[in-house]
Design a protein around this ligand. Structure first.
Ligand code: GLV
Ligand code: MN
Ligand code: MN
Ligand code: MN
Length: 408
């Protein structure tokens, strides 16, 4: 490693504080391969290269910054730089900035990954963790592991009609080579993702940090409701087949069905009427559903119940409705041995389960994976109000360095 003055996590996040701000929604909108996300990727590459790390982008667009000459069975840490629309400053970037700061901290301690019998260390940045552009969350890690079919990924379309293959090609990633990448996967001996906590778990526990226990099973579905597009002024109320009316009933069903099912969480956060005019009865409405529950069979039952109610609502309105599954991730427990190691290296850190999905969760079935959560004083995430105290952000880098040093 070369000598670069150490940066704190707060300083590093300050360097990107103006990238991808969303004046309309508030917070940040940094969809994968947008100007903002590309600027962040360049920022990460420059920061890693200043630290003397060897940077390369793999066939799926995952960035790797290497510290040490060996590749296989390395210790890997990282997160993502893309965001949801109007997201916070920390979901993703906290883990990336903490990884860079932890490299500085390891250097300050005289710890040399890849030397003195230690494994190499790599920092990674995964593309499209949020699925906010192409609909499927953790697309980079799903491609890496082969959890998603490469053709399915290539053909995903964003709201402007660009395919993931086109966007990849435009950004230097040859779409022909997207997909399961056994070589890169073999580089990961253990994977650690540090992440802002996205709920109020750590506030309640009174701890700045937790070790992740599991990730709640979750999936995404799309309802397509078709009706009769028509004129808002000339069409009598009795003559309407209005898919927006069906959509409204689906939103209420989602709330009612999930509220009646212990531990279920279900959300409609995105709805798209076509053509979408104030004085136009829509001809079609697309509505996206996010459902989560620890028991995957219960998730399926919740979705089926909502689907049944949607069909009744559609029939009553003279509309039709179809439901398609876009992605499904089962409940995933993190490696028990690695969890125990992390708790040994971070004395007093409680275990906290995650309601949010992460690339670490996609990797978990394939290799030993662990996560660290950092306290969020608002308990709010996927929102501009997401927060981390400066003191906790800088503590996070030290804690990550402790963990990396202990595992190397
Ligand atoms: C990603 O952040 C998710 O859990 O939806
Ligand atoms: Mn995240
Ligand atoms: Mn997120
Ligand atoms: Mn996530």
């Amino acid at each position: 490693m070369t000598s670069e003055p150490a940066n704190t996590v707060t300083t590093l996040l300050g360097e990107i504080a103006d990238v991808g701000r969303d004046a309309q929604r508030g917070g940040y909108s940094r969809p994968v391969y947008s100007t903002a996300e590309l600027d962040l990727r360049s920022w990460f590459i420059a920061a890693a290269e200043r630290r003397g790390l060897e940077v390369l982008t793999d066939p799926n667009g995952i960035i790797w910054a290497w510290c040490g000459p060996e590749r296989d069975d390395s210790l890997v840490t990282g997160s993502h730089l893309d965001s949801v629309p109007g997201g916070g400053a920390f979901d993703g970037p906290l883990g990336v900035a903490a990884a860079l700061a932890a490299v500085d901290e390891l250097r300050a301690r005289g710890v040399q990954p890849g030397q003195d019998g230690k494994r190499s260390l790599a920092l990674t940045v995964f593309p499209e963790e949020e699925g906010s552009r192409f609909g499927i969350a953790c697309l980079g890690s799903r491609l890496l592991t082969g959890a998603i079919d490469a053709d399915k990924a290539r053909n995903l379309r964003d709201a402007e009609g660009n395919t993931f293959a086109e966007l990849s090609a435009r950004n230097g990633v040859d779409p022909a080579y997207l997909g399961a990448d056994a070589d890169s996967l073999a580089h990961i001996g253990q994977f650690i993702e540090l992440h802002v906590e996205q709920g109020r778990g750590l506030i309640d526990m009174g701890s700045p940090i937790a070790v992740a226990g599991s990730i709640l099973g979750h999936g995404r579905w799309k309802f397509t409701i078709s009706g009769q597009g028509n004129h808002a002024g000339t069409t009598l109320m009795v003559d309407r087949a209005d898919p927006m009316v069906v959509a409204a009933q689906i939103v209420l069903s989602v709330r009612k069905v999930a509220a009646a099912q212990e531990d279920a969480r279900a959300t409609v956060g995105r709805i798209q009427p076509t053509p979408g005019g104030t004085n136009v009865i829509a001809s079609k409405v697309e509505l996206w559903l996010d459902v989560r529950h620890p028991d995957d069979a219960v998730t399926a039952a919740v979705v089926e119940k909502i689907h049944g109610q949607a069909q009744i609502a559609a029939a009553n309105e003279g509309c039709t409705v179809t439901l398609t599954e876009e992605s499904l991730s089962p409940t995933t427990g993190f490696d028990a041995g690695l969890q125990a190691e992390l708790r040994r290296l971070l004395p007093g850190a409680p275990v906290l389960d995650s309601g949010a999905g992460h690339d670490a969760g996609v990797l978990a079935p394939y290799l030993p994976t662990g996560m660290l959560f950092i306290r969020n004083p608002t308990g709010v995430s996927h929102s501009p109000e997401e927060a981390v105290e400066n003191s906790d952000a800088d503590y996070a880098a030290g804690a990550l360095a402790d963990v990396l040093e202990g595992l190397l």
